[in-house]
Design a protein around this ligand. Structure first.
Ligand SMILES: [Zn+2]
Length: 664
């Protein structure tokens, strides 16, 4: 075998190792002494994937200074590297990436440590590597000869807020695999909701919604805390923006924990309940649930208790970059006392935020606070203004919105409904929701992002997952039109069934909003499935369109009695695709074989689920329920086969709801 020449390896080196008869030069990575752990991690990832795709030895050299004469890949922050030949301005933006590598020589850098890590992953993406879902079986790593490759690019992301919020049911591995996956696709922020994320871990470790696995062992808060500490290590290692908490500030200050949405079974001392909202002449926990309870916020002692607790938390947790301060998770539960009825919910919320800002400033705490536009708080304040906008980030959470239209709003926005205390109803239309946001933005000009739920419940109603991905794409493309700088997706972490198209679309469009859905989808399907990727895309697209007609969101299929050809078309689609599934049973590549295995399982599950839904459609409620229960049992039995990509807790919750509702 002919030895590789200096020309082919792209650099000159005296260091030569022998593999059989072939002389192979090590690839060299140079890093100027750097203590930042994210840059260090970027270096180790660069080495790991270079080794994997080239099969060559990779050596890391720590240097004092940059030396253009020293061949290899130089990696680090721009301050230690030569001036960028392209625009300096773009590089200085947060998360910007800079790659200038030719034949194994050059520079990998970024606008901040996280940007350096993004650059490493983008370098490998340009070389043909893909991460189609979290975990090793989602990695597609081709064999690459570095000597012939040129990667030169400099980019900044279109949006500043590109993140995931923990929801659903999770193991620690589900969380850490998601955190590991995020920077590979350009996502920059992870939100651990609720103090210990206890509920989300408990759902998994106690196997709630899977009685075949459930145990009597009680999952402890301490175990959840330990998992959160481990997740934080992974967040910080990657330099991700760490967001925390959310609800719970209305009861934790009074010693009532807000770890779940369960009812509080213990007696509440009247010394405490005197600070709860007065609703229907009673001051008590709302529906017995601490998380959903509002306080009598015009009571200065109640506000002070909250603010002291939030300030203490911020002081104890300097690792938190964005601290969420939300009120109750209920609605129509605002205090009706003589003092509170004179103040609108958002006015009193802004008063709390201003007092919190003063308290944090007094302690020299720079923690940024995220405030929530949600339910009653969608109506903007009437009198109060946020005094220090730099402290705050606006979060728009249109939880009642429809997912059948994107944020592209045409024509005039509708008038806002009148606010009537404890009698609100919220619009489902996207325009109706955006109207609230627009009014709020007249009172706040700081940063804002969308907190949205595409992949929380709605994706389960779109088995092709392509329609929800298209809505998500359209939403992100129009975020800046409505004054928002990104999305934090409140979602099940395991939203990769049958594939990660929607997640990939989200990451890709948040990075580059001009990229078309078609371009992202085509790339994704080819990456995830290999040569029959385009057939998969057509099949899932068609399935999405048929299910869009059924409209599980509005249960419209129940009103379309007599027009059952949709079901026949769905069965026919499954039937037509069977040969493609059969011929793709075996793949050498783990990434592709796993994608096909998931798709086959998906066809089996959705074949049965469609049959159960057809019974519902025919008003055969008991047959529908029987078929759903048989499928649910199967899902429970085979959970280990799909656990990393589908959240059975969440899936069962959604379809238990659909099948148990009284039918018209
Ligand atoms: Zn009150």
């Amino acid at each position: 075998m002919k030895p590789i020449s200096d020309h082919e390896t792209g650099f000159i080196s005296k260091e030569i190792s022998l593999i059989g008869e072939m002389k192979v030069y090590p690839i060299r990575i140079h890093v100027i002494h750097e203590e930042n752990q994210t840059v260090q991690f970027a270096v180790s990832e660069l080495k790991k994937y270079l080794t994997a795709i080239t099969g060559q030895e990779v050596k890391i050299n720590v240097k004092e200074n940059y030396n253009a004469m020293d061949p290899g890949i130089w990696i680090g922050l721009p301050s230690v590297l030569p001036p960028v030949r392209l625009s300096r301005e773009r590089l200085e933006a947060d998360d910007s990436i800079w790659i200038d590598v030719e034949g194994g020589n050059g520079i990998i850098s970024g606008g901040n440590p996280r940007g350096v890590l993004f650059s490493v992953y983008r370098f490998f993406t340009e070389l043909g590597c893909r991460w189609v879902r979290p975990g090793l079986d989602g990695e597609y790593l081709p064999n690459v000869s570095l000597s012939s490759k040129i990667v030169k690019l400099m980019e900044s992301p279109a949006h500043s807020y590109r993140g995931i919020c923990i929801e659903g049911s999770v193991s620690l591995e589900n969380v850490t695999e998601m955190i590991d996956w995020m920077p590979k696709v350009g996502l920059n922020s992870y939100f651990i909701q609720l103090r210990e994320a206890y509920l989300f871990f408990k759902r998994w470790y106690n196997h709630i919604n899977n009685p075949l696995k459930s145990s009597t062992e009680v999952y402890s808060v301490e175990a959840a805390e330990a998992s959160v500490r481990k997740a934080e290590i992974e967040i910080k290692k990657r330099g991700l923006i760490y967001q925390a908490v959310g609800h719970g500030w209305t009861c934790e200050p009074f010693g009532i924990p807000a770890q779940t949405w369960d009812k509080w079974e213990q007696e509440v001392d009247p010394e405490i309940s005197q600070y709860f909202a007065l609703v229907n002449n009673e001051r008590k926990l709302w529906d017995g649930i601490p998380m959903n309870t509002n306080l009598c916020y015009t009571n200065s002692y109640a506000r002070a208790k909250m603010i002291t607790e939030i300030t203490r938390y911020a002081a104890d947790h300097p690792e938190v970059d964005l601290l969420h301060v939300w009120l109750s998770d209920g609605s129509n539960n605002w205090c009706e006392c003589d003092s509170c009825i004179k103040v609108s919910p958002s006015d009193i919320y802004v008063r709390i935020l201003n007092e919190l800002d003063e308290a944090l400033s007094a302690e020299n705490l720079e923690t940024r606070i995220v405030f929530l536009l949600y339910k009653e708080l969608l109506w903007s304040p009437v009198h109060e203004e946020i005094k220090n906008p730099k402290r705050f980030v606006l979060m728009f959470a249109p939880i009642h919105r429809s997912y059948r239209k994107s944020f592209k709003v045409e024509g005039e926005l509708p008038e806002l409904p009148e606010f009537v205390r404890n009698q609100i109803t919220l619009p489902q239309t996207v325009a109706g929701n955006v109207a609230f946001l627009t009014e709020w933005q007249r009172h706040f000009s700081g940063d804002g992002f969308d907190f949205d739920y595409h992949l929380m419940w709605e994706h389960h109603k779109d088995p092709g997952n392509t329609m929800i991905a298209q809505i998500l794409h359209g939403d992100i493309q129009h975020l800046q039109d409505i004054g928002l700088e990104g999305i934090i997706s409140c979602q099940t972490q395991r939203s990769f069934f049958p594939n990660g198209l929607a997640m990939t679309v989200m990451a890709s469009t948040l990075w580059d909003k001009k990229r078309s859905f078609d371009a992202i989808a085509e790339n994704y399907f080819n990456s995830a499935y290999g040569k029959d990727g385009s057939l998969c895309r057509r099949y899932l697209q068609e399935m999405s369109e048929l299910y869009f007609e059924l409209d599980l969101e509005n249960k419209a299929y129940l009103q379309k009695k007599g027009k059952n050809d949709v079901f026949q078309r769905i069965y026919s689609l499954f039937h037509q695709f069977e040969p493609v599934l059969t011929r793709n049973r075996m793949h050498d590549c783990t990434c592709h074989s796993t994608s096909w295995r998931h798709l086959k399982m998906h066809a089996e599950i959705w074949g049965e689920l469609t049959s159960a839904l057809e019974e519902l459609y025919r008003s055969n409620q008991s047959h529908a329920q029987t078929k759903w229960e048989a499928l649910r049992l199967k899902l429970w039995e085979i959970e280990d086969q799909y656990q990393p990509v589908l959240d059975v807790y969440n899936f069962v919750w959604v379809f238990d709801g659909i099948f148990s509702e009284e039918q018209a």
